[in-house]
Design a binder for this molecule. Structure first.
Ligand SMILES: NC(=O)c1ccc[n+]([C@@H]2O[C@H](COP(=O)([O-])OP(=O)(O)OC[C@H]3O[C@@H](n4cnc5c(N)ncnc54)[C@H](OP(=O)(O)O)[C@@H]3O)[C@@H](O)[C@H]2O)c1
Length: 339
């Protein structure tokens, strides 16, 4: 039976990757920072087949030895763990990470270096590194009529000077991963998902689910009933986890892969939500329109990836938020970060 390790197993994407691997018969090692933290990681133990085939390991990405222990015996590693600040998609000024080196850059970049070194030591055959559209899109050279493919990289000088620490961390980590692969003749594939949305398996809300919730809850918006009309690329969490496993299993996969399904403005997105679920507190006024280049997932589609209709994503996500109680009247927005 194939044994694969997922780093950051308790997070939004990590949990779905674990669920899919278990459903496909894999033995799964999952790294979490605190296996006893039931609020963060309890959901993993309840996944189907978790009792027989999921093994949780306590590991921090900055602790090389803890990674070596988690990867021992694994033929594959899916590296997901990296900090995603709650305000990552917020345009509200003044939201800064107090110590970006320690909180963002080191865990992402040194973390990826540690993961790859530990993979090399454990003789892991293939690694899939979850990078981000943020490693593709942040570049003043890109114009809104462009379609970006895998040859496009975020400009690290620009990301640094604009203090876009998330984009900087993901770009440097992905570059490091691909360079490490070349230097050590190791099979490493990277995936750059756009904004990931869809039902959550975990009970603590992640950054991009928070963004979507702000479309439905006025308390999540800095300016009450109005919102900036931003053109953004989105992809369903279940399609992302399918893509990750496809890249892991497919012998032909190679290099970077953009993973994005739909690009639409906030106004267009909200109109679709309102049509399917009227009655929630959607924004009424849309300010301006910022558009950006779009992402081209052609390379991944050619490998056999597919994605579900946006309507399915919206229906399943809102059902999930209703079940989690986020949409109950009077229930506060689950964060101090607003959009
Ligand atoms: N969501 C998106 O739209 C999106 C899009 C593109 C790429 N991504 C990438 O996907 C990955 C997961 O994101 P997500 O949306 O699933 O966010 P998430 O739910 O916040 O997950 C982040 C995970 O990283 C772990 N982590 C952070 N720092 C760590 C450290 N020093 N050591 C060990 N674990 C650490 C967290 O562990 P704890 O639970 O212990 O904090 C958590 O499991 C990230 O690499 C992110 O850049 C996300």
């Amino acid at each position: 039976m194939k044994r694969v390790c997922v780093t950051g197993a308790g997070g939004y994407i990590g949990s779905w990757a674990v669920k899919l691997l278990l459903s496909k018969g894999y033995v799964v090692h999952g790294t979490v920072r605190d296996p006893c933290d039931e609020t963060k990681n309890g959901h993993l133990k309840k996944l189907e087949h978790a009792e027989e085939r999921l093994h949780l390991f306590k590991a921090d990405m900055l602790d090389y030895e803890s990674l070596c222990a988690a990867f021992a015996g694994c033929s594959g590693v899916i590296h997901v763990a990296s900090p995603v600040p709650l305000h990552v998609a917020s345009t509200v000024p003044g939201l800064r990470i107090p110590n970006p080196q320690v909180e963002q850059l080191d865990p992402a970049i040194l973390g990826t270096q540690n993961v790859l070194k530990a993979c090399s030591k454990a003789k892991v055959e293939k690694v899939v590194v979850v990078s981000s559209g943020a490693a593709v899109m942040v570049n003043p050279k890109w114009t809104s009529d462009m379609e970006l493919d895998e040859s496009c990289w975020t400009d690290i000088v620009h990301a640094n000077s604009t203090q876009n620490w998330y984009a900087l961390s993901k770009t440097k980590a992905e570059m490091e991963a691909l360079n490490f692969a070349k230097r050590h003749d190791m099979k490493v594939v990277t995936i750059c998902p756009s904004i990931v949305i869809g039902p959550m398996l975990q009970s603590t809300i992640n950054a991009t689910s928070l963004l979507l919730l702000s479309y439905m809850k006025e308390e999540g918006r800095a300016r009450g009933d109005s919102m900036e009309n931003i053109k953004r690329p989105y992809v369903d969490i279940r399609d992302v986890s399918e893509a990750i496993i496809l890249l892991y299993e497919n012998l032909e996969s190679n290099g970077r892969y953009i993973c994005s399904a739909y690009t639409l403005t906030t106004k267009e997105f909200v109109a679709k939500m309102e049509c399917l679920y009227p009655g929630y507190n959607y924004p009424k006024i849309f300010r301006g329109q910022t558009s950006s280049a779009s992402l081209n997932s052609g390379k991944l589609l050619k490998l056999g990836w597919n994605y579900r209709p946006l309507e399915e994503t919206i229906v399943d996500t809102i059902k999930n938020y209703e079940e989690a109680g986020f949409l109950e009247k009077g229930k506060p927005f689950p964060s101090t970060v607003t959009f």
